[in-house]
Design a protein around this ligand. Structure first.
Ligand code: CU
Length: 650
C-alpha cells in the first residue's frame, strides 16, 4: 500500500463504539476526503464503500470510554479507463490512509456498477452485429430486455484486461410481461464496459423463444385469490424481550453487536452468552460471523451459457439491493426495523430504510416431559431471536436469517426465492428442467460461504472432526451392537479442508482446550452441516479455481484480519488466485490457536415445475450447537408458559 496522507478540515462525529453502524456523516466525510485528495474525477464512481473494522486485537482491547478512530474503505472505478482503486480513509482524522490501484490482469476488475448495467440496452442497439442477430430471429430489437452478467475469466486473449460483461437477452411483449418467460437463447453479446461497445456476439444456435406468459396473475397461471385463510395476528402486548442500545442487542442470555456491510450483508460481532461468573459478564462464542461470499455456478455447457457463475457479494456488491421491509408483509408481529447506510455510486450517503428486521418468534416446544414415577409434567416453550435482511438481485431474491435460541443454538438460514434463470428447453438429455412449454431452467447450485471467527470461551480454540463409527465385533463387542464417536483433531490448515458425511453424522467440534465444564470436558460448540453437495463442476474447470471455497464444506484458517473474502478481495473477472486457497497455503498450525471456520453450504437446484412462475422459498443453512459448553441444559430457567393455565402445573 502507498500511504498518501492528506489532511482535511472535516472530522466525522464519533460513533458510540468502534463497531457502530456506518453513519451518513462518515460516508459524506469519506467522499470529501477522497475528493480533497484529488482522487475524484468526473468519471469516478464509488462501487463499494464500507466500514473498515479496526484490527481484531484493537476491538477486543477496547473498553467503554476509550478513544478510537474509524476508517472507511472504498473501491473506486473510473468509467473512462476502467481502472479500479482501493482507498482507505480515516474518517475520524479526515485523512487518506492508503490508496492502491487494482491490477486488472493479476487481480481482476472492480465490481460492476449499476450505471454500467443501465447503459447496456443502448450499447446493444448501437451494435450492427447484435441487431442482425435479433433480425435473423425475427425479433424487434426494441422489445429485447438485456440481462448483463458477470463475465468470469476464461483466459481468452481477446478479453484480457477488458472490463466487460456478457449479456443474455429476453423478449418483453408489453410492459406487464415478465421477460424471464421468453429467453432468446443461443446468442450472447460480449460488451466492453469502458469502450461501451459490443466487441463480440456469440451466435451459436437459433432456438424458439417460449411464448407462454410468466406473470403469476396471467393465463394459464392466474387463479382467483382464495378466501378461506383467516388472519393470523402475532401480538406481544408487553413488547419484545430484547433491547437495542446503539447496535448492541441483548436478549435472554445472548449479547452481540451487528453491522451491515454493503458487500457482506449482516455481520454479527462479539456474540456471547451472558454469565455473571465470566470475565466481563459474557462468555464469548463467535467473535464475528457473516456470509461474505456466495457463487451460483450453472451446469449448462451450451456455448452461450457455459460461463454463467455469479458471485453475488464479490462481483455485484449485493447489499445495495437490500429490500425495505414492510410490516405485515415481510415480517409478522412485534418487529423492530433498523436502517442501514450505504453509499450511492457518487459516494453520497444512501439510507436503506427498514433494511434489517429484528424480532422474536415462538418456536414450539423447547423441552417437555411427563414422568411415569414422580408425576412431574412440564413443558417449556422455545423461542428465538431473529435478525435478518432480504435482497433482490436480478431474477433471484435471497433472505439471510440469523437465529439465536434459548438452548444456546445459533442458526443461519438462507432463503432463496424469486424467478429461476431460464433458457430454451432442449429436451430430456439437456441440462435444464422444462418449466413451461419450451421453457427451460438450467441446473445450478447456490453455494454460500460462512466466515465464522470462533471464540469458544476465549480465543484459543481447536477443531475435531467427530464421526459416528461402527465398532467391529471383538472381545469388547461380541454381539456387534456397539458404536461410538470418533474424534479426529484437525491440526493444520491443509488438513482441515474437509467434506461433510451425513452417513457418519459428521460434525466439526470447536473446543477451547484451556476451559472445561464441571465434568472436566473441554467446552465446545459444534458446527452441524447440512451436507448437501459441494461444487459439482469438474476440478479442472475455471469455476473450481475462482470459486475454490465451494470445493470443501469446511476450511479452517489461523486468524488474520486481512483474510476476509472466500473468493478473494477482487472477484469480478478474477483469475482465481486470491481467497481461501491462498489463505491456507502456508498450512499453519490451528490446534490451539485463534481460528476462523469457513463453511460452504447451499442448494443444488434442479428446478421443479413448481418453481415456476415464481419459486416458493427454498432453505439452506447450518447450526452451531453447544457441546459441553454448559454444565447442563441451559434452558432450565425458562418459565413455564406465559398463559395462566400453564403456570405451576405439576
Ligand atoms: Cu436456484
Amino acid at each position: 500500500m502507498t500511504a498518501t496522507p492528506t489532511r482535511s478540515a472535516v472530522t466525522a462525529p464519533l460513533t458510540a463504539h468502534p463497531l457502530s453502524l456506518l453513519t451518513a456523516e462518515e460516508v459524506s466525510t469519506n467522499r470529501e476526503v477522497v475528493d480533497a485528495a484529488g482522487l475524484l474525477g468526473p468519471d469516478t464512481r464509488f462501487v463499494y464503500v464500507g466500514l473498515l473494522e479496526a484490527p481484531k486485537a484493537e476491538l477486543l482491547a477496547h473498553a467503554d470510554g476509550d478513544p478510537f478512530r474509524r476508517s472507511v474503505a472504498s473501491i473506486l472505478v473510473d468509467r473512462a479507463s476502467g481502472t479500479a482503486t482501493s482507498v482507505v480513509v480515516d474518517v475520524t482524522a479526515g485523512a487518506v490512509e492508503s490508496t492502491r490501484e487494482i491490477d486488472a490482469l493479476a487481480e481482476g476488475q472492480g465490481p460492476i456498477l449499476d450505471e454500467e448495467f443501465e447503459d447496456i440496452e443502448q450499447i446493444l442497439l448501437a451494435s450492427e452485429e447484435w441487431i442482425a442477430a435479433m433480425e435473423r430471429r425475427g425479433i424487434d430489437p426494441a422489445m429485447v430486455r438485456a440481462v448483463p452478467l458477470s463475465a468470469g475469466n476464461f483466459g481468452d486473449p481477446a478479453e484480457e484486461g477488458r472490463r466487460m460483461c456478457r449479456v443474455l437477452a429476453f423478449l418483453q411483449l408489453d410492459e406487464a410481461d415478465l421477460p424471464w418467460a421468453h429467453p432468446i437463447d443461443g446468442v450472447c453479446a460480449y460488451v466492453d464496459l469502458t469502450e461501451r461497445t459490443v466487441f463480440a456476439v456469440a451466435d451459436n444456435a437459433m432456438m424458439d423463444v417460449p411464448m407462454e406468459r410468466g406473470e403469476w396473475n396471467a393465463e394459464p397461471h392466474g387463479a382467483p385469490t382464495r378466501t378461506d385463510l383467516k388472519p393470523i395476528e402475532i401480538t406481544q402486548p408487553e413488547g419484545p424481550s430484547f433491547t437495542v442500545t446503539d447496535n448492541l442487542i441483548e436478549w435472554a442470555n445472548w449479547r452481540f453487536r451487528f453491522t451491515f456491510d454493503v458487500r457482506e450483508g449482516l455481520v454479527l460481532h462479539q456474540l456471547g452468552w451472558k454469565d455473571e461468573a465470566a470475565p466481563g459478564g459474557v462468555r464469548p462464542i463467535v467473535n464475528r460471523a457473516s456470509i461474505p461470499e456466495m457463487v451460483v455456478p450453472y451446469g449448462d455447457p451450451a456455448p452461450s451459457r457455459y460461463w454463467i457463475n455469479y458471485f453475488d457479494q464479490g462481483e455485484y456488491v449485493f447489499g445495495r439491493y437490500t429490500n425495505s421491509l414492510e410490516l405485515g408483509c415481510d415480517c409478522l408481529g412485534e418487529i423492530t426495523y433498523i436502517d442501514a447506510v450505504i453509499a450511492d455510486e457518487r459516494g453520497e450517503p444512501r439510507t436503506l430504510t427498514n433494511a434489517i428486521c429484528l424480532h422474536e418468534e415462538d418456536y414450539g416446544v423447547l423441552w417437555k416431559h411427563t414422568d411415569l414415577f414422580n408425576g412431574m409434567a412440564e413443558t417449556r416453550r422455545q423461542r428465538r431471536l431473529v435478525i435478518s435482511f432480504f435482497l433482490t438481485i436480478g431474477n433471484y431474491d435471497y433472505g439471510f436469517y440469523w437465529y439465536l435460541y434459548l438452548d444456546g443454538t445459533i442458526e443461519l438460514e438462507a432463503k432463496a426465492t424469486g424467478i429461476v434463470f431460464t433458457s430454451a428447453y432442449t429436451g430430456p438429455d439437456g441440462f435444464a428442467t422444462e418449466m413451461a412449454p419450451g421453457l427451460g431452467a438450467p441446473f445450478h447450485q447456490h453455494l454460500f460461504s460462512a466466515r465464522l471467527d470462533m471464540a469458544v470461551d476465549g480465543h484459543t480454540n481447536a477443531v475435531d472432526e467427530v464421526d459416528a463409527v461402527r465398532v467391529p465385533v471383538s472381545d469388547v463387542n461380541p454381539h456387534g451392537n456397539a458404536f461410538r464417536q470418533q474424534h479426529t483433531r484437525l491440526r493444520t490448515e491443509l488438513e482441515a479442508r474437509r467434506q461433510a458425511d451425513n452417513l457418519a453424522s459428521r460434525t466439526w467440534l470447536v473446543t477451547n482446550p484451556e476451559r472445561s465444564n464441571r465434568l472436566g470436558q473441554a467446552v465446545g460448540y459444534a458446527l452441524h452441516p447440512e451436507g448437501q453437495p459441494t461444487l459439482l463442476a469438474d476440478p479442472s474447470s475455471v469455476i473450481a479455481r475462482r470459486g475454490a471455497f465451494g470445493t470443501h464444506h469446511l476450511w479452517v484458517s489461523a486468524h488474520d484480519d486481512s483474510h476476509r473474502w472466500p473468493a478473494g478481495e477482487i472477484v469480478n473477472q478474477s483469475p482465481g488466485t486470491d481467497g481461501l486457497e491462498r489463505y491456507v497455503e502456508q498450512d499453519r498450525d490451528i490446534d490451539g490457536a485463534d481460528i476462523v471456520l469457513w463453511h460452504t453450504f447451499g442448494l443444488t437446484h434442479f428446478p421443479r415445475p413448481e418453481d415456476w412462475p415464481v419459486m416458493p422459498v427454498d432453505y439452506t443453512g447450518f447450526k452451531l450447537k453447544p457441546v459441553g459448553f454448559f454444565d447442563r441444559n441451559p434452558a432450565l430457567d425458562v418459565p413455564a408458559g406465559t398463559t395462566p393455565h400453564c403456570r405451576g402445573r405439576k
